[in-house]
Design a protein around this ligand. Sequence first.
Ligand SMILES: C[S@@+](CC[C@H](N)C(=O)[O-])C[C@H]1O[C@@H](n2cnc3c(N)ncnc32)[C@H](O)[C@@H]1O
Length: 213
Amino acid sequence: MVGRARQYELIAPVYDLVSGEWPVYRAGRLAGVSGLRLSRGDRVLVVGCGTGLDLRPVHDRVGDAGRFVGLDASRAMLGRAGRRAASLGWSGVGLVAGDATRPPSQRLAEALGDDGADAVLFTYALSLMDDWPTAWRAAVALARPGARVAVVDMQRAQRGPRPLRALADVAMWSGGADPAARPWQAVEQQCTDVDRADLRGGHVQVRAGTLPT
Ligand SMILES: C[S@@+](CC[C@H](N)C(=O)[O-])C[C@H]1O[C@@H](n2cnc3c(N)ncnc32)[C@H](O)[C@@H]1O
């Protein structure tokens, strides 16, 4: 088990309750999925997929013919994601255990099928990884040329009431995120046609763009 993923092994049973999803983080997730510009049947690689909170918004767009391949270092988080996939009745879900900085690329490629991923999604995951650029490179290597990629992540809030900004700090600290990581820079630097969202006083940052063809 790698680095900060260890703590998720412990909090998996309560993650959905304590993660601040509805008041804070849902908006960024939906903006990120929207920025992927998904079509029916698309195959989506989701890195650090956790309990699968991205499953429903992705399924709404790709439908039963689409595929969701989730990678996470915590088997307990993946167990939750598996239950969520079962409750959706979606057979196109593949969940793979592994470290995103040294991913089981062969297994992921097999789960994605020919040509690779049509889209890659990172929601609130890269800023937890000590070497997020390596995780980014490994994931985009599994995407087809011209795929869309979205990074949804966090930094210290820059605007808004002081108590809410303090709460954002607590969320980053307790979740193990590095507030200085700014992994959305990879989208800015390597993609074209970039969609941007700056939410929750700047705490939540979303970038989605197109990889080179
Ligand atoms: C804050 S949670 C976000 C989960 C999910 N993407 C979401 O939006 O709810 C971060 C997730 O990243 C996973 N993670 C952390 N480091 C990882 C690594 N090196 N490789 C794979 N997964 C990792 C954790 O296990 C955890 O499930």
